[in-house]
Design a protein around this ligand. Structure first.
Ligand code: 13P
Length: 254
């Protein structure tokens, strides 16, 4: 992939419709002079069309927080990759730990979603992986990351210039207010990079993949993550709900 850093806002289910649209407007205005880097916001499903209208003509990309693995059919309540593209999305988050926890998403689901997204042109999956506290404290993180990558991406064909973003989100750091130590993130990103190299080859990984960090990033702690090896950007939750805070995070990274 290009060397541009990417910072993605995950608004989760934290805002109502009006708040979502107001935040989208503030962020669009705040970032109008953005010269480098890529920024995207991921609002809830029902705001996508309106947020797409707001962002039109600006520098901010649009992403969704989930997707279904079929393109069309009798799947009540689901949204296909094609529909997301029609709504204006360039990105979609897949396998967020909150979905794994509350909606029982497993790696078979995540695997199918990635494959379905890659079948659609111009939609980039943001695949979330990360260990929980128990796995970390018993020193199993490296294996968990390896295993999650295998389960999510084995047998996935990446062709041409298709892009995949891997988001390392240690579950225990999400929403905790405290990010992990930057050196720990750097180590985990190295494990991810080496595993991807084994699966896809270094050239493809350098060209087609980005690895980003998520988990309690804020304007204060983000500086520690700047310049780390194999860190191509951030997935930001809480600190992306305020345009000024999000701007400070982005400015520190770019
Ligand atoms: P927080 O930044 O609120 O910890 O959320 C991180 C996250 O889950 C992004 O997907």
């Amino acid at each position: 992939m290009d060397n541009e850093k990417i910072i993605i806002a995950n608004w989760k289910m934290k805002l109502n419709l009006q708040e979502t649209l107001e935040l989208a407007k503030s962020i669009k205005a705040k970032f109008k002079d953005l010269k480098k880097g890529e920024i995207a916001v991921c609002p809830n499903f029902i705001s996508l069309l309106e947020v797409a209208k707001i962002l039109k003509g600006g520098k901010i990309g649009l992403g969704a927080q989930d997707v279904f693995w079929e393109q069309k059919g009798a799947y009540t309540g689901e949204i296909s990759p094609g529909l997301l593209v029609e709504a204006g999305c360039k990105y979609v988050i897949i396998g967020h730990s909150e979905r794994r926890k509350f909606l029982m998403e497993n790696y078979e689901i995540i695997h199918k979603e990635i494959k379905a997204v890659l079948q659609v042109e111009d939609l980039i999956p943001i695949v979330c992986i990360g260990e929980n506290w128990d796995e970390r404290k018993t020193d199993r993180r490296d294996y968990v990351l390896y295993d999650q990558l295998q389960q999510a991406l084995s047998g996935v064909d990446v062709v041409g210039d298709q892009k995949i973003i891997l988001a390392y989100e240690p579950i225990w750091a999400i929403g905790s207010g405290t990010a992990i130590e930057p050196s720990e993130a750097e180590y985990a990103h190295k494990i991810i990079k080496l595993t991807l190299n084994n699966m896809f080859g270094m050239e493809m990984v350098n060209n087609n993949f980005k690895i980003i960090y998520g988990g309690s990033i804020n304007p204060k702690n983000v500086k520690g993550f700047v310049g780390l090896e194999n860190l191509d950007g951030m997935l930001v939750g809480g600190a992306s709900l305020d345009a000024d805070e999000f701007y400070s995070v982005v400015k520190a990274v770019l």
